[in-house]
Design a protein around this ligand. Structure first.
Ligand code: AMP
Ligand code: ZN
Length: 113
Protein backbone atom coordinates (compact mmCIF):
# COMPACT_ATOMS: atom_id res chain seq x y z
CA UNK A 1 0.00 0.00 0.00
CA UNK A 2 1.32 3.44 -0.89
CA UNK A 3 1.05 4.84 2.61
CA UNK A 4 4.03 6.37 4.40
CA UNK A 5 3.02 5.10 7.84
CA UNK A 6 2.22 1.59 6.57
CA UNK A 7 5.75 1.61 5.13
CA UNK A 8 7.11 2.59 8.54
CA UNK A 9 5.11 -0.26 10.14
CA UNK A 10 6.54 -2.68 7.54
CA UNK A 11 10.11 -1.37 8.05
CA UNK A 12 10.27 -0.23 4.41
CA UNK A 13 11.10 3.26 5.75
CA UNK A 14 13.25 3.72 8.87
CA UNK A 15 11.90 5.42 11.97
CA UNK A 16 12.84 5.97 15.57
CA UNK A 17 10.49 3.53 17.30
CA UNK A 18 9.35 4.28 20.84
CA UNK A 19 6.82 1.47 21.40
CA UNK A 20 5.41 -1.47 19.47
CA UNK A 21 2.89 -4.23 20.04
CA UNK A 22 0.73 -6.29 17.70
CA UNK A 23 -1.81 -3.47 17.22
CA UNK A 24 0.11 -0.19 17.69
CA UNK A 25 3.35 1.53 16.78
CA UNK A 26 4.78 4.73 18.28
CA UNK A 27 7.74 6.60 16.82
CA UNK A 28 9.38 10.01 17.06
CA UNK A 29 8.08 12.64 14.65
CA UNK A 30 10.74 13.46 12.03
CA UNK A 31 10.02 17.20 12.41
CA UNK A 32 9.43 17.60 16.15
CA UNK A 33 7.39 20.57 17.33
CA UNK A 34 8.20 20.05 21.02
CA UNK A 35 10.87 18.27 23.11
CA UNK A 36 8.57 15.22 23.08
CA UNK A 37 6.77 14.73 19.77
CA UNK A 38 5.72 11.12 19.30
CA UNK A 39 3.21 9.74 16.78
CA UNK A 40 1.08 6.82 17.96
CA UNK A 41 -0.56 4.88 15.13
CA UNK A 42 -2.70 1.79 14.70
CA UNK A 43 -1.12 -0.92 12.56
CA UNK A 44 -4.49 -1.17 10.83
CA UNK A 45 -4.67 1.32 7.96
CA UNK A 46 -7.47 3.82 8.61
CA UNK A 47 -7.24 7.09 6.65
CA UNK A 48 -8.69 9.50 9.18
CA UNK A 49 -11.08 9.75 12.10
CA UNK A 50 -13.84 10.13 9.49
CA UNK A 51 -13.27 6.48 8.53
CA UNK A 52 -13.46 4.89 11.98
CA UNK A 53 -15.93 2.04 12.47
CA UNK A 54 -17.62 0.96 15.72
CA UNK A 55 -15.24 -2.00 15.84
CA UNK A 56 -12.29 0.40 16.05
CA UNK A 57 -13.31 1.83 19.44
CA UNK A 58 -11.05 -0.45 21.47
CA UNK A 59 -8.12 0.21 19.14
CA UNK A 60 -8.46 3.97 19.47
CA UNK A 61 -8.81 3.63 23.22
CA UNK A 62 -5.53 1.71 23.30
CA UNK A 63 -3.93 4.42 21.15
CA UNK A 64 -4.92 7.17 23.58
CA UNK A 65 -3.90 5.16 26.64
CA UNK A 66 -0.54 4.41 25.05
CA UNK A 67 0.09 8.11 24.43
CA UNK A 68 -0.60 8.80 28.11
CA UNK A 69 1.71 5.94 29.11
CA UNK A 70 4.54 7.31 26.95
CA UNK A 71 3.98 10.75 28.52
CA UNK A 72 4.34 9.07 31.90
CA UNK A 73 7.61 7.39 30.86
CA UNK A 74 8.94 10.75 29.64
CA UNK A 75 8.08 12.41 32.95
CA UNK A 76 5.67 14.90 31.37
CA UNK A 77 2.36 13.41 32.51
CA UNK A 78 1.96 15.44 35.69
CA UNK A 79 3.12 18.70 34.12
CA UNK A 80 0.88 18.13 31.11
CA UNK A 81 0.94 17.31 27.44
CA UNK A 82 -1.06 17.87 24.25
CA UNK A 83 -2.64 15.08 22.15
CA UNK A 84 -3.90 15.91 18.66
CA UNK A 85 -5.56 14.10 15.76
CA UNK A 86 -5.48 16.29 12.64
CA UNK A 87 -8.30 15.42 10.25
CA UNK A 88 -8.37 16.52 6.61
CA UNK A 89 -7.54 19.83 4.99
CA UNK A 90 -8.63 22.41 7.52
CA UNK A 91 -6.68 20.72 10.30
CA UNK A 92 -3.59 20.28 8.13
CA UNK A 93 -3.57 16.48 7.91
CA UNK A 94 -0.70 15.47 5.60
CA UNK A 95 -0.45 11.71 6.19
CA UNK A 96 -3.70 9.82 5.66
CA UNK A 97 -3.16 7.05 8.19
CA UNK A 98 -4.66 7.83 11.61
CA UNK A 99 -2.01 9.13 14.01
CA UNK A 100 -2.17 10.68 17.44
CA UNK A 101 0.40 13.41 18.05
CA UNK A 102 1.80 13.39 21.59
CA UNK A 103 3.44 16.76 22.28
CA UNK A 104 5.04 17.87 25.51
CA UNK A 105 8.02 19.18 27.37
CA UNK A 106 7.12 22.83 26.87
CA UNK A 107 4.15 25.09 27.47
CA UNK A 108 1.41 24.72 24.85
CA UNK A 109 -0.52 27.73 23.66
CA UNK A 110 -4.30 27.77 23.43
CA UNK A 111 -6.03 28.31 21.05
CA UNK A 112 -3.80 26.23 18.76
CA UNK A 113 -2.64 27.62 15.43
P1 AMP B 1 -0.27 15.45 10.16
O1 AMP B 1 0.10 16.81 9.62
O2 AMP B 1 -1.17 15.49 11.36
O3 AMP B 1 -0.79 14.54 9.06
O4 AMP B 1 1.09 14.86 10.73
C1 AMP B 1 1.99 14.11 9.99
C2 AMP B 1 3.26 14.09 10.78
O5 AMP B 1 4.11 13.08 10.24
C3 AMP B 1 4.07 15.40 10.72
O6 AMP B 1 4.23 15.91 12.03
C4 AMP B 1 5.39 14.98 10.08
O7 AMP B 1 6.50 15.66 10.63
C5 AMP B 1 5.43 13.50 10.39
N1 AMP B 1 6.24 12.70 9.48
C6 AMP B 1 6.26 12.75 8.13
N2 AMP B 1 7.11 11.84 7.63
C7 AMP B 1 7.65 11.20 8.69
C8 AMP B 1 8.61 10.15 8.85
N3 AMP B 1 9.20 9.56 7.79
N4 AMP B 1 8.93 9.75 10.10
C9 AMP B 1 8.35 10.34 11.17
N5 AMP B 1 7.43 11.31 11.11
C10 AMP B 1 7.09 11.74 9.88
ZN1 ZN C 1 -1.37 3.29 6.18
Amino acid sequence: MNCLFCKIINREIPSSIVYEDDRLLAFNDINPQAPTHVLVIPKKHVESLNDLQPGDDELIGELVRRAAAIAGERGIAAGGFRTVFNTNRDAGQTVFHVHLHLLGGRNMAWPPG
